[in-house]
Design a protein around this ligand. Sequence first.
Ligand code: HEM
Length: 187
Amino acid sequence: MSAPALGSALSRPGLLVPVLCLAAMGAWGISVAAGSTFTFDQGIHRLALSAHVLAMVLAFGSVIVVDWVGFLWLIGKRGLHDTSRLESAAAPLIWIGLAGLLLTGAFIHPDVTNPATQLKMCCVLGLMLNGISLIPAMRTLHALPDGTMFKEVAVNLRARLLVALVLSQGFWWTAIIVGFANSMSRR
Ligand code: HEM
């Protein structure tokens, strides 16, 4: 797809989510395939593992802050636009961190025959698709007036947000715990 065609596809609301989901699945597939195919010497492996942890701190640190401020809005301690401002400021950090995790993961040779690693990789894909599929719901939410409380939001949007929050936290924590457990069992 040419750059202008991609630009116009991304500006059409119905196409944005499928295009981004395809891009995320492609990047994930390349990372896992490259990681399980190539092996690098110990120096590169160590460097990539350190960068992997730094990318995780960047992405997950931003996710935690966004989810926390969202939770504060949910219990009435923050205005809706505090959440939307923070979410739009943090989104690039989350996606840069995720890109870093996919890139560095490709250098540290995941054992894709290990069921725990398979679970981790499914969580990595799941958290990316969950984040992308939430874009339309977040746009609807951000268009509401600032004083809107969680209980005033339409029931289906509230349910969508709660499911996304639980999925996001579940996928992230599983990926992190499996990552550390795998690393420890290899030492
Ligand atoms: C949301 C995305 C991800 C998170 C949160 C995550 C988290 C982690 C954590 C916390 C560690 C332990 C680091 C250490 O012990 O110093 C780790 C290790 C590792 N990660 Fe990731 N990771 C992610 C994505 C990926 C991807 C996409 C790949 C490969 C394509 C990958 C491959 C590995 C490998 C090979 C290790 C070394 C341990 C092992 O043998 O499995 N990770 N990861």
